[in-house]
Design a protein around this ligand. Structure first.
Ligand code: NDP
Ligand code: 8X3
Length: 253
């Protein structure tokens, strides 16, 4: 039986690498994001390269109605969803609480916390019906230790950590595994988004260090997803070798 994975935020970074790796390994792939052109390009590429079906769903996870409608449309298209990767997320800004921009706060809370909940709520019925499933939530080292100026972004990732623990308890009876993946510094579009398109500032984050790459996280998710049925990795924190935690790295030690 061909398994199905749904990856939110597959237009870039971790989500993109995860979609690629699972397609390579013969999964049916459902990819989501706001940028329709990138979704279409990825779909064509994966279908051609790996001959697997790829479904695109273009929606903003902050929009509850759009999220509900997009995932409801899957009932006619797929029989099951074996894996959900709640990956869509972002940091916006990096400043003290008193200097923080309230719009940035709303954006991060609505995307990283509420968006994750909206998607999960719609996907869990598939998993309950099939009596199995695996949910991955992208947390962060920022959800394990607060760093200077990280305030609201860190809070959203602490919330993801709490929700991951809660889901694992609540969904236990349905045989649904729940795993949190908590990466440290990884070179994706993350910093470009955090610094609102300031390429120079974004590049500086990854200077003088060998950061994680998106493929490192994809390989980790794949490893966790392909363990025997009776094994569930609950929580994994992964940093590059030159980073100790959300505060200390080779750049500031
Ligand atoms: P990228 O910016 O490269 O990718 C983020 C993805 O999320 C994009 O595909 C984007 O798609 C999607 N996304 C963002 N906002 C929304 C939205 N409102 N609705 C739908 N999709 C959205 O970043 P990463 O790959 O690095 O980040 C992925 C996850 O990993 C995030 O949750 C991030 O917090 C977390 N993380 C990142 C780390 C890093 O250092 N890179 C470390 C630890 C955790 P689109 O714009 O097309 O909607
Ligand atoms: C992303 C990693 O260190 O920018 O979650 O918070 S960090």
């Amino acid at each position: 039986m061909q398994k199905t994975i749904l990856v939110t935020g597959a237009t870039s970074g971790f989500g993109n690498a995860i979609a690629r790796l699972f397609a390579k390994n013969n999964f049916k792939v459902i990819i989501t994001g706001r940028r329709a052109d990138r979704l279409q390009t990825l779909k064509e590429e994966l279908e051609q390269q790996y001959s697997v079906p790829v479904i695109t769903l273009q929606f903003d996870v902050r929009n509850r109605k759009a999220t509900e409608q997009a995932i409801a449309s899957l009932h006619d298209k797929v029989e099951r969803i074996d894996i959900l990767v709640n990956n869509a997320g972002l940091a916006s800004g990096l400043s003290t609480i008193d200097d923080g921009d309230v719009d940035d706060w709303d954006l991060m809370i609505d995307t990283n916390v509420k968006g994750l909940l909206y998607v999960t709520k719609q996907v869990v019925p598939f998993m309950k019906k099939q009596g199995s499933g695996h949910i991955f939530n992208l947390g962060s080292t920022a959800g394990k230790l607060v760093y200077k100026n990280g305030n609201v972004y860190c809070a959203t990732k602490y919330a993801v950590d709490a929700l991951t623990q809660a889901m694992r308890i609540d969904l236990l009876v349905h045989k649904i595994k729940v795993t949190s993946i908590n990466p440290g510094m990884a070179e994706t579009e993350f910093s470009l988004v955090r610094f609102k398109g300031d390429d120079e500032k974004a590049k500086k984050v990854y200077q003088d260090i060998t950061p994680l790459q998106a493929e490192d996280i994809a390989n980790t998710v794949y490893y966790c997803a392909t363990l025997p049925n009776h094994v569930c990795i609950n929580d994994l924190t992964i940093t590059c070798t030159e980073q100790a935690n959300g505060i200390y790295s080779i750049k500031n030690i």
